[in-house]
Design a binder for this molecule. Structure first.
Ligand SMILES: Nc1nc2c(ncn2[C@@H]2O[C@H](COP(=O)(O)O[C@H]3[C@@H](O)[C@H](n4cnc5c(=O)[nH]c(N)nc54)O[C@@H]3COP(=O)(O)O)[C@@H](O)[C@H]2O)c(=O)[nH]1
Length: 772
């Protein structure tokens, strides 16, 4: 103060003097004096220091305090006082944390402080929990140092705590989100996920209660999802709530697909109907957000309820958006999982359960039946000639038909029964709990068969499809699902054998036959491996020259026990099992090799005729395989004739024509065997690149006694002539037959009249003698 006075006097003096130079000097001097005063302030007294210190700590937003060794507050800054809900420092001094916070929090603080007091070591950066303003649970980051007297004795602690609640909340949110995403990834049930999600949001927004509602499949109602903190009665009352333009916050949000904020449910018309339900809970505002799919379709709602009238804060809005988003992901994920699960267990075309689901459930179903004195009836069902429909009308029509048939089957059984699509045109029907009466069972199955056989209108035409069924009853005809299926399958094959369109119930005899068949199949396989097959050759003679011009190669099985077995006895089984393919390859190779050997031995040139089965003919690249055999055996293609049956060709006319052209291109001759027994249309015949027709033995046998057969035979001969084809009659046994054929213009014969099929060496003798 003294210095300030002397400076003002001098200033006044100089103002009186009008010398500018002197004035500038004095001004500079006084600025210097001010700077010195700023840099070297006068020594403060204790009161000043106290004042400054207090001002300083009161400006710091952190909590700063000192406590004595008993944990009683000695001093604290203003924010500590205020955030503990107190008016002044006087209210705090002398209190401990036990007076301010829940026991558990206070104990943790006391324990830390005791450590500081006992060790004399400071502790930095520990996390503590405290309840501060408005009962809010806060997290503090605290450092504590011992408070010492001038003599160095510890007389308390000094603490500084920073409120890290926001950071902790952000951490908690992140952890919660990670936990929720893990739940989604692990496919936890939706209910559990929603519960966890609502609890997380509630933990982050104290005092707020959350709820999740799901939109029903029909898109008209909201169903309870999760609301762990809401009154159960309220939840039950709004379960099934119909959505609409004024259906509370959630019903309206789901209806319009937008957030609906109701700040006071008791004043808002949207809540007119529902507000009374909420009254007992003391909740006032409800903010509902639609849960949307990626395509922005409403899946449900996420709502928050607050006790005060109001609207959500920015932070609350962010959490609502996050929660609705996560809920959407979880719902979509669950639906995708459900869809995948459904697809894995159902047939995509008909929507019927598939074999996987059936196998998962059948054991349980049978177990239930076992306890009652009833039958479970398992029927294996196969549509008759479905392939024909597919091939002639196209797969789309076939699919439509399958869907219709599946629907009819489903409609013809009870809800407790099962209809399963096994694949293609095969189905399983499981009738649960029928009385143990064969007639009842058969009548139920007949009803299904009749339903299937009703005409179907498809592509503007009326179709009818029949089916064959094999049946096995539990427990008599199979104790397990596997046994029942196998037995029903056997019975179904029997139904097919008996001409289709019928129902067969499994019998032990069927099992015996099937067993026999299996054995024969095995024997056949071994026969091929052990080279038990051989070829006989039956000569074909020209009636013009009286000479042998060709030989049909006919397969025989030299069975080690049963002797020579006719192909008629094993070819059907070989066809059924596919063994005809390797057997047929063997026949072709052996026949070509034999003919080449005769040619090399100087015998007159012949054509060898080889029978081809439908199964062989359908093999991919079959023509190329024939070419390979010719090359391997060094036989010229013109010496090989392949006999195809009419029925083989008619199974797939375009495919057969393509293969026939491929064979013709190699140079191989083609003949139609058993001509007249099939259904080849004459127009189709024109398109077949064949050289010869073989009149079936059945037309020749009764010549000259059967006028019809004679007429048919003459007609075939004249047809062949008109088409420029050669014609041969097979099964010719008598002179009368030869005479008739000759007169009718048939130039070639094959049959016992001339020769039986002969072993290779006998045929060679026949050929040589003919040459001589
Ligand atoms: N896919 C293949 N099928 C073959 C093969 N080898 C034969 N077969 C077919 O098996 C069926 C029975 O043949 P098989 O017992 O050899 O009978 C043939 C002749 O022995 C018999 N035949 C010939 N002449 C007469 C006769 O005057 N009377 C009479 N009762 N039977 C006679 O006809 C059979 C020849 O028929 P086809 O083939 O239609 O010319 C038979 O369907 C064979 O085709 C083979 O390797 N692969």
């Amino acid at each position: 103060m003294a210095r300030k006075t002397s400076r003002s006097i001098r200033y006044a003096d100089l103002n009186a003097d009008d010398n500018a130079e002197t004035r500038r000097l004095i001004d500079a001097g006084s600025r210097l004096a001010e700077e010195v005063a700023r840099l070297f302030p006068p020594e403060p007294d204790m009161a000043d220091r106290h004042y400054w210190l207090e001002a300083m700590i009161n400006h710091v937003p952190d909590y700063i305090y000192a406590k004595d060794t008993a944990g009683r507050f000695l001093i604290a800054n203003e924010v500590t006082v205020a955030d503990n809900g107190l008016e002044s420092l006087r209210d705090l001094v002398g209190k401990t944390d036990f007076d301010l916070h829940p026991h558990e929090f206070a104990q943790a603080v006391a324990d830390t402080e005791r450590r500081v007091l006992e060790t004399g070591e400071p502790i930095f950066g520990i996390e503590e929990r405290a309840i501060v303003t408005k009962d809010r649970d806060r997290w503090l980051m605290t450092s504590k140092v011992p408070l010492r007297s001038k003599s160095g004795r510890i007389i308390g602690i000094v603490g500084i705590s920073r409120d890290i609640s926001d950071r902790k909340a952000a951490e908690r949110l992140l952890e919660g989100q990670a936990r929720l995403l893990e739940m989604i990834a692990n496919g936890k049930p939706l209910g559990e996920f929603f519960h966890e999600l609502v609890l997380l949001i509630e933990a982050l927004l104290p005092g707020i209660k959350g709820s999740i509602l799901l939109l029903s499949e029909d898109g008209r109602h909201l169903l309870h999802g999760a609301a762990p903190s809401l009154d159960a009665g309220f939840c039950a009352a709004i379960h099934g709530l119909e959505i609409g333009p004024a259906a509370g916050s959630c019903g309206t949000a789901a209806w319009c697909g937008e957030q609906v904020i109701v700040s006071d449910v008791f004043a808002d018309p949207l809540w007119e109907e529902y507000a009374p339900l909420l009254r007992p809970s003391g909740l006032r505002s409800c903010w509902s957000t639609p849960i949307l799919s990626r395509e922005r379709k409403v899946l449900g709602t996420f709502a928050l309820y607050a006790q005060e009238v109001g609207t959500p804060s920015e932070q609350q809005q962010e959490l609502i958006a996050m929660a609705a988003h996560l809920a959407g992901i979880a719902i979509e994920r669950k639906r995708a999982e459900d869809r995948i699960g459904f697809m894995a267990h159902h047939d995509a075309l008909t929507g019927l359960p598939n074999r996987v689901l059936f196998e998962e459930q059948v054991a349980g179903m049978l177990e239930e039946i076992r306890e009652r004195d009833q039958w479970a009836v398992l029927a294996f069902l196969d549509l008759d000639d479905f392939k024909l429909i597919n091939d002639s009308l196209g797969h789309a029509t076939g699919d439509e038909l399958l869907k219709i048939v599946a629907g009819r089957m489903r409609a013809a059984v009870r809800r407790s029964d099962s209809v399963v699509r096994v694949g293609g045109d095969e189905f399983i029907i499981l009738l649960n709990g029928l009385p143990k009466e064969r007639d009842v069972v058969l009548s139920r199955l007949e009803d299904i068969r009749t339903a299937i056989a009703m005409p179907v209108q498809l592509q503007g035409r009326s179709l009818q499809v029949s089916c064959s069924m094999g049946v096995a009853c539990f427990p008599n005809q199979g104790k397990t699902a596997g046994e029942l299926l196998a037995n029903a399958d056997m019975a179904m094959y029997r139904a097919k054998e008996l001409g289709r369109n019928n129902i067969q119930v499994f019998t032990e005899e069927m099992a015996a036959r099937a067993h026999e068949k299996l054995q024969s199949q095995e024997e056949l396989r071994e026969a091929l491996a052990r080279e038990e097959f051989l070829l006989h050759f039956q000569p074909q003679m020209s009636l013009e020259t009286g000479r042998i011009f060709a030989a049909e190669a006919l397969l025989r099985w030299q069975h080690p026990v049963r002797g020579i077995i006719s192909p008629a006895a094993f070819i059907p089984l070989a066809e059924e099992t596919g063994l005809i393919v390797p057997i047929g390859d063997w026949v072709l190779r052996t026949a070509c090799r034999q003919l080449k050997a005769w040619q090399d031995a100087g015998l007159p040139p012949l054509i060898v005729s080889v029978n081809v089965s439908a199964r062989q003919f359908r093999e991919r690249n079959w023509a190329a395989r024939v070419a390979a055999v010719l090359e391997e055996t060094c036989l010229e293609a013109r010496y090989l004739e392949l006999e195809l049956t009419e029925s083989l060709i008619m199974q797939d006319v375009p495919g057969a024509i393509a293969t026939m052209h491929a064979l013709e291109a190699i140079g191989v001759h083609l003949a139609i065997d058993d001509f007249g027994t099939g259904y080849s249309s004459l127009s189709a015949l024109k398109r077949f690149p064949v050289r010869r027709l073989k009149i079936d033995r059945s037309f020749v046998t009764d010549i000259p006694h059967d006028a019809d057969d004679m007429a048919i035979t003459s007609a075939i001969i004249s047809l062949a002539q008109k088409l420029g084809l050669r014609v041969i009659a097979e099964g010719v046994e008598t002179e009368a037959q030869v005479e008739f054929l000759q007169k009718s213009g048939c130039g070639e014969i094959q049959g016992y009249f001339f020769s039986q099929p002969l072993p290779g060496e006998d045929f060679e003798v026949l050929l040589s003698s003919e040459r001589r």
